[in-house]
Design a protein around this ligand. Structure first.
Ligand SMILES: [Zn+2]
Length: 322
């Protein structure tokens, strides 16, 4: 039988093999690019990404107006290592639940509906409320973006929990004692080192209470700020010892200041309170220009944590990164 392998057939076979080879190469290249695109999308969505670690220290009633003459060595150390402002303005009225709500949910009073110092839920209908009945907070967004992350909170004042969206937390509870900054910090350090939460919030209340009892700017108030500063130092030292300091964002934030023995009014003494952030990629020793608004805190933290900022939030992310 005559072979069917003619020279012309060989050429055809060669051409076919070449064609197959090219197609195969194109598929290999396409597959490679597809993998790159998928990796990029995964990066964008945070899928498979280690959740960034953040520790937020909420210091109730820590007004900016009284801080210039106070040493606060640990807090000033953080300011030198990070970005800060003492000109963050509270929403009105300058009371606690109203302002903690804005700090976490990126909305002004008129939109989040917390109108009293101890509001437990919005007092009028609010748009974009999820099933929890609480406006979306930075904790809600973090939970959605990083489902496997550990989110925890401790608070001396349990009124703050209504502003957090507690459903976003794996653990959240009142501290063992109130106005006990030293023992609260011991609890905080134990929890941070044992559980290693990815996102953690602690609420300290003693500075506010010293203001109510003795007056904002009084020696007793200033002493309580010094106690707070010492405890900030304890947390930072514990993180440094555990080798967890460098890859953690630390945030210090307060809801309002005070005037004489109270707050809630429109004076600058009551309205202005600090915001400080330190961590990977955060500008060092940078003071923010102009005024930061209370609801800018949520947007700024969301931005740092790689979370999408809801279109209906009114806060804007302030420039804290290089
Ligand atoms: Zn108060």
């Amino acid at each position: 039988m005559r072979s069917i392998s003619t020279p012309s057939m060989d050429k055809r076979a060669q051409a076919g093999a070449l064609y197959y080879c090219r197609i195969n190469t194109i598929f290999v290249i396409m597959k490679k690019y597809l993998l790159i695109v998928m990796a990029f999308l995964a990066l964008l969505t945070g899928c498979g990404k280690t959740p960034p670690r953040m520790v937020i220290l909420g210091i109730d009633g820590w007004g900016s107006a009284y801080l210039d003459s106070l040493p606060m060595p640990n807090i000033r150390g953080l300011m030198a290592e990070g970005t800060y402002t003492f000109h963050k303005r509270s929403v009105m009225p300058s009371s606690s639940a109203i302002n903690w709500a804005s700090i976490f949910n990126g909305l002004p009073t008129q939109l989040h509906g917390f109108t009293k110092w101890n509001s437990k839920a919005p007092e009028f209908p609010v748009a974009d409320i999820p099933d929890s009945g609480i406006p979306v907070t930075v904790f809600t967004l973090y939970r959605e973006r990083y489902p496997e992350a550990k989110v925890e909170a401790l608070y001396e004042w349990d009124g703050v929990k209504f502003a957090l969206d507690t459903l976003a937390f794996d653990l959240q509870r009142k501290t063992l004692a109130e106005d006990a900054t030293d023992s609260t910090t011991t609890e905080v350090i134990d929890l941070l080192l044992q559980d290693r939460p990815d996102l953690f919030y602690v609420h300290y209340d003693a500075v506010d209470h010293a203001g109510h009892a003795f007056g904002w700017g009084s020696p007793e108030y200033n002493e309580q700020v010094a106690v707070m500063d010492r405890n900030v130092g304890r947390i930072l030292d514990a993180f440094k010892e555990a080798g967890m300091y460098d890859d953690t964002y630390f945030v210090l934030v307060s809801d309002h200041g005070g005037r004489k023995n109270k707050h809630g009014g429109p004076s600058v003494l009551e309205l202005e309170a600090p915001f400080i952030i330190v961590g990977p990629g955060i500008k060092k020793g940078a003071e923010l220009e102009g005024y930061m608004l209370q609801y800018d805190v949520a947007a700024t933290l969301a931005s740092v944590l790689g979370l999408p900022i809801p279109s209906y939030w009114r806060g804007r992310s302030v420039p804290v990164k290089d």
